[in-house]
Design a protein around this ligand. Structure first.
Ligand SMILES: Nc1ncnc2c1ncn2[C@@H]1O[C@H](COP(=O)(O)OP(=O)(O)OP(=O)(O)O)[C@@H](O)[C@H]1O
Ligand SMILES: [Mg+2]
Length: 285
C-alpha cells in the first residue's frame, strides 16, 4: 500500500457508563487504528475490554443504553445514529459468547440469514457463502444445526456469519477461548490474512503469548483507561508503569526480568533464545 493507511477507527475521549451503574466502564479513551491494522486489547477482568470492543464496532452507543460522551469515528463517520445497515458493512462484532450470536436452524441458514436481511441478490449471496466456507473450513457441517457443534465450531460459524457481511472492521471479543490450539492457530492465520487484505482487526485476547506474535499494536486497558498503547515490544518488553503489569507479561519477558536482565525484554520464544543462548554459551560448564 502506498502512503499512510486510512484511519479506520478514531476514538476521542470516549466515556461510557452502563445504565444504572455508577462507575464508568470507559473513562476517557482516545486512540486511532489504521486501516488493515491488527490491534490487540488486553487488561484485567472488568477493565473495560468488552466495552471498548463494543464502541469500536459501533454497538455502543447504537444498541447499548447508557450515557456516552466523546466521539467514535469509523472511517471518518460518527457512530452516533449510524443506520444499522451502514454499521453492518463498516464493522462486524464477534461476541465473547458464541451461543448468543447464533440464530439459524442450520449452519447454511446461519450464513445466509444476514445476507438475505441485507437484500443482496442470490448470486452474490452464493458467492459470499462459498468464500466464507473456503476461509473458515465449515463445508462439512453446512447442513448441521449450529447448536449441535462443538464450542470451537460454533465460534467459527459466528465468525463466518460476520465475515460474510464483508465488514471493513472486524472486532472479536475473546474469540479463541472455546478453541483448541489448532483452532486458535487457524483463526489467527485467517485474521492475519484479512488484515493483510486491508481489513482492520481488533481482538480482545487473554492469550498474550499468541497475541504478541500477530498484533501490530497492543492496547492495555485498566479501570476504563489506556494504561499502555504501542507495539508488543513497547508494551511488554519493558517495565510497566502500573502495578498489575507483570501478571500480564509474556512468560519469557517475566523470566528474563526475574533473572535480572535489563529491558528491553524478549516477548517471544525466538527473541528469548536470541538473548539467552549467547549467555549460556559464554558460561563455562
Ligand atoms: N451490561 C452491563 N451492565 C452493567 N455493567 C456492565 C455491563 N457490562 C459490563 N459492565 C461493567 O463494566 C465494567 C467493564 O466491563 P467489561 O465487560 O467491559 O470488562 P472486561 O475487561 O471485558 O472484563 P472481562 O475480562 O471479565 O471480560 C465492569 O465493571 C463491568 O461490571
Ligand atoms: Mg470482556
Amino acid at each position: 500500500m502506498n502512503g499512510p493507511a486510512a484511519e479506520a477507527i478514531r476514538l476521542t475521549d470516549v466515556r461510557f457508563r452502563y445504565r444504572g451503574v455508577q462507575l464508568r466502564a470507559l473513562n476517557g479513551v482516545s486512540l486511532t487504528v489504521g486501516q488493515g491494522e491488527f490491534l490487540g486489547i488486553v487488561g484485567p477482568s472488568g477493565a473495560g475490554k468488552s466495552t471498548l470492543a463494543l464502541v469500536m464496532s459501533g454497538q455502543i452507543p447504537a444498541f447499548v443504553e447508557g450515557p456516552f460522551d466523546g466521539e467514535a469515528l469509523l472511517f471518518g463517520r460518527t457512530t452516533r445514529g449510524m443506520r444499522s445497515a451502514d454499521l453492518a458493512e463498516t464493522a462486524g462484532m464477534v461476541y465473547q459468547d458464541p451461543e448468543a450470536q447464533l440464530y439459524g436452524l442450520t449452519v447454511e441458514e446461519e450464513l445466509v440469514l444476514g445476507l438475505e436481511n441485507r437484500c443482496l441478490p442470490p448470486d452474490e449471496i452464493r458467492r459470499r457463502v462459498e468464500w466464507v466456507l473456503a476461509v473458515t473450513g465449515l463445508h462439512e457441517v453446512l447442513e448441521k444445526s449450529p447448536y449441535a457443534l462443538s464450542g470451537g465450531q460454533k465460534q467459527r460459524v459466528v465468525i463466518a456469519g460476520v465475515l460474510a457481511l464483508r465488514p471493513r472492521i472486524l472486532v472479536l471479543d475473546e474469540p479463541t477461548s472455546a478453541l483448541d490450539p489448532r483452532g486458535k492457530t487457524a483463526l489467527y492465520e485467517l485474521l492475519g490474512n484479512l488484515s493483510a487484505e486491508g481489513v482492520t482487526v481488533v481482538i480482545v485476547e487473554h492469550d498474550i503469548e499468541r497475541l504478541v506474535r500477530h498484533a501490530d499494536r497492543v492496547c492495555w486497558l485498566e479501570a476504563g483507561r489506556i494504561a499502555a498503547l504501542g507495539t508488543p515490544e513497547e508494551v511488554f518488553g519493558r517495565p510497566a508503569e502500573s502495578g498489575t503489569g507483570l501478571l500480564r507479561m509474556p512468560q519469557v519477558a517475566q523470566l528474563t526480568h526475574r533473572l535480572g536482565l535489563p529491558a528491553p525484554w524478549p516477548i517471544t520464544v525466538d527473541q528469548a533464545e536470541a538473548v539467552l543462548r549467547p549467555m549460556l554459551e559464554a558460561t563455562p560448564r
